[in-house]
Design a protein around this ligand. Sequence first.
Ligand SMILES: NC(=O)c1ccc[n+]([C@@H]2O[C@H](COP(=O)([O-])OP(=O)(O)OC[C@H]3O[C@@H](n4cnc5c(N)ncnc54)[C@H](O)[C@@H]3O)[C@@H](O)[C@H]2O)c1
Length: 246
Amino acid sequence: MSGAVIVTGAASGIGFACVEMLLARGFKACAIDIAPIPDGAFAGDPDRLLSVPTDVSDPLACADAVAAAVKKFGKIDALIHMAAVHSTRTWREIDADHMNEVLGINVTGAFNMSQAAALEMEKTGGGAICLAMSGSIMVSGLGGHGRGGIAYISSKAAIIGVTRGLARSLAPINIRVNAVSPGSTRTAMTADYSEEAVRHAGAKTLAGRMGEASEIASVALFLISDEAGYIQGQIINVNGGGSLGL
Ligand SMILES: NC(=O)c1ccc[n+]([C@@H]2O[C@H](COP(=O)([O-])OP(=O)(O)OC[C@H]3O[C@@H](n4cnc5c(N)ncnc54)[C@H](O)[C@@H]3O)[C@@H](O)[C@H]2O)c1
């Protein structure tokens, strides 16, 4: 396989695993994150990798990052958007500034990157976008102990709207839009889970454990591939059976 894919949230967790997997499969990858990505973080041919420090909540920065990817690779074929912040604040601790900040990064950021990528992919006949929802919206959460609270959960619930709205809007220009919905996955985002939260998260699944970043990344790569050509506007659970409600 070939092609150039923009991955956000690439410095950590699932985004990092996506870039690793893309490079290993022969793709070119533009790795975007607000956090620096150290030189040599990814194995493989440096000609197939571009790192662009970008705050996805800034639309102009997103447009610049996409332009840099097009300059390096000639075109882009897909976007995998994993960048997000967690919020573990409880309802008492959240203020309007915090709420707006989380929504600005997680929701507006998803739109900003998708819009910038779509405007480029439109010029070359289309492409695919994979966003990141979260299984946490089903049971919701109180926050605290490393677990997501209302600000995070609201932001991830909004990704359903972004995914479906973009899927409908971009279908006429041959861009498919879907999202993965991971269950609790072992990354920096869940590193502050208490031992009890880790046990609880694993026990709620048929797999009996939390997910690994690579297990989410492989589904994101599938969703942007031609093999998923008839999947549009869907949110795909990747949660070890966690949504069966054990
Ligand atoms: N880990 C889980 O259990 C889990 C569960 C459900 C959904 N998700 C979702 O999966 C996606 C990836 O999560 P992860 O676990 O890999 O998280 P992570 O914290 O390991 O990685 C997130 C990355 O996003 C980057 N980021 C944050 N704000 C940014 C900004 N303004 N601009 C650019 N980059 C920014 C961070 O620097 C970080 O590298 C997220 O959208 C998350 O909501 C994760």
